[in-house]
Design a protein around this ligand. Structure first.
Ligand code: DI6
Ligand code: FE
Length: 395
C-alpha cells in the first residue's frame, strides 16, 4: 500500500520552487508515486506532516569528505600573511593532508569521516559525492574510495564516488607531473574502476596543480573507461579549464571565480553545470566573485555544494553554503535551493532525484519551516524535522 504524506508545504523544485501550499506526496516501493494538492491525493496510509515544508533530500555534489588530519595551523599561517599558493609551495596545503591520509588505515579514514557525514545527514542531505585525491598513489587512492563506499553502507545515505587522482603532484614526483599521471594517477583510476569504485573523474586545473593538457590526458583515460568527467576550474586563475571540461562533455565545472564569457558559453552549449562553492571563497578570503550574472545570462544551471575539505572549506553545512551563495554571491534563495537539489543531481549526472516528481526515488527532507527561503536564510542550526530516504519514514 502507498504511504501518503499529507498536510505539507511542498517545494517540488519543478520550475523554481514548484510550491504546492497544501500538498501531499504518495510513495511506494522506495519511489515517489504522485505529488500534488492534498485534496487530489490517492488512497493509502496517511501521515500528517503538520503543515511542515517538504523538499527533495539535499544533495552535496562536491565534497572531499574522506581525508586524514586537519589543517588549522595552515589557516593560522594564511591569517599571518601567507597565500594559499605559498603554503602549497612550502609543502603545506594539499600535500600535508596527503601525508596524513597515507598514514591512515581504511578504518581510520572511515572513523574520521563519519562525524562529518553525520553532520550532513542531520541537515537533510540524502546524497553525498565524495572525491579521492589525498592519496596520490595507487594504494591510497583506492583506500579512500573504499572508505567512501563503506560510509554508504554504514548510514542511510547515497554515496557517489569521484576519482580525483589529478588533484596535486605528490612530493616524490615534484616537477614531474606527467610522470605522476602516467605512473600513479591513471593506473589508480583503472584499478579503482575495475573494483567498481568510480562513478566519475575529476581534476584540478590550476598553476599549482595540472595544466589543461595534463587534464586532457586524464579525461581521455576516463573516456576510455566510459566514465563521466568534471573539473575544478578557474578557482584561482583562468586557464580555460571550464571550456576544456565542456569540450569533454563534463557533467560540471566547479569553483569558477575566474570564469570568462567564452567559458560560460562553452558550458551552456555542452550542458555543463556550474558548481558554486562559496565555502572555499570565504575561507581563502577571495575577493573575485564567480560571474553569477554571466551564468544566468547564458542559462548555465548552478549547483551549490560545501566542498568539505580540510584546507579551503572545513565545513559540512550545505545550508550554510546556500546562505553564503546568497549573501556573498547574490544568488537568490530559490537558486540556492535548486543548487542543492535539482541542479546538484544534474551535476552528478543523476536524473532520478533532486525534485519531487513521480518515478523519482523517495528521498525527502521535512523541515520545521513554512517557506523554502528559510533554508538559505538561517545561519546556524538547520531546521530539519526528519529525512525520508527511499520512502522510509525512519531514515
Ligand atoms: N580546490 C579546493 O578548493 C580543494 N581542492 C581543490 O582542488 C582544496 C583542497 C585542499 O586544500 O586540501
Ligand atoms: Fe574541491
Amino acid at each position: 500500500m502507498a504511504t501518503i504524506l499529507t498536510n505539507a508545504v511542498l517545494a517540488t523544485m519543478a520550475g523554481g520552487y514548484g510550491l504546492i501550499p497544501r500538498g501531499a506526496v504518495a510513495m511506494e516501493g522506495g519511489r515517489i508515486l504522485w505529488a500534488g494538492p492534498e485534496a487530489e491525493a490517492p488512497p493509502g496510509e496517511r501521515h500528517d506532516m503538520g503543515g511542515r515544508l517538504i523538499t527533495p533530500a539535499l544533495i552535496d555534489c562536491h565534497t572531499h569528505l574522506v581525508f586524514g588530519g586537519q589543517r588549522a595551523r595552515e589557516f593560522e599561517m594564511r591569517l599571518n600573511g601567507a597565500s594559499y599558493e605559498e603554503v602549497a609551495r612550502a609543502g603545506g596545503g594539499i600535500v600535508s593532508t596527503v601525508a596524513a591520509t597515507r598514514g591512515a588505515s581504511e578504518e581510520a579514514l572511515v572513523a574520521q569521516a563519519l562525524p562529518r557525514l553525520d553532520q550532513m545527514i542531520a541537515e537533510g542531505v540524502g546524497t553525498v559525492e565524495v572525491k579521492s585525491g589525498y592519496g596520490l598513489d595507487v594504494e591510497t587512492e583506492l583506500r579512500m574510495l573504499r572508505a567512501a563506499r563503506r560510509l554508504g553502507q554504514m548510514r542511510d545515505v547515497r554515496i557517489i564516488t569521484t576519482f580525483l587522482g589529478a588533484h596535486a603532484v605528490p612530493p616524490e614526483y615534484k616537477g614531474r607531473a606527467g610522470d605522476y599521471l602516467a605512473e600513479q594517477a591513471i593506473p589508480a583510476l583503472r584499478a579503482a574502476h575495475a573494483e567498481g569504485l568510480v562513478d566519475a573523474v575529476d581534476g584540478f586545473c590550476e598553476g599549482i596543480a595540472f595544466s589543461p593538457d595534463q587534464i586532457a590526458q586524464v579525461f581521455a583515460a576516463a573516456k576510455a573507461l566510459g566514465l563521466p568527467v568534471k573539473l575544478h576550474a578557474e578557482q584561482l586563475s583562468n586557464l580555460g579549464g571550464a571550456a576544456l571540461a565542456a569540450r569533454h562533455g563534463a557533467l560540471s565545472a566547479d569553483h569558477l571565480e575566474w570564469l570568462d564569457d567564452d567559458g560560460a558559453r562553452a558550458m551552456a552549449a555542452a550542458g555543463t553545470v556550474a558548481v558554486i562553492l562559496p565555502g572555499a571563497f570565504y575561507t581563502l578570503r577571495e575577493t573575485r566573485l564567480p560571474p553569477i550574472d554571466l551564468l544566468r545570462t547564458h542559462g548555465v544551471p548552478m549547483a551549490v555544494a560545501t566542498d568539505c575539505n580540510p584546507g579551503t572549506a572545513p565545513m559540512t553545512s550545505l545550508c550554510l553554503a546556500m546562505n553564503m551563495a546568497c549573501t556573498l554571491f547574490r544568488m537568490t534563495p530559490q537558486e540556492a535551493l535548486a543548487g542543492a537539489t535539482a541542479h546538484a543531481a544534474h551535476a552528478l549526472g543523476l536524473s532520478d532525484r533532486g525534485r519531487i516528481a513521480p518515478g523519482l526515488i523517495a528521498d525527502l527532507a521535512v523541515w520545521e519551516a513554512g517557506h523554502p527561503a528559510e533554508l538559505a536564510y538561517r545561519i546556524g542550526p538547520t531546521p530539519l524535522h526528519r529525512r525520508i530516504i527511499g520512502g522510509r519514514l525512519d531514515a
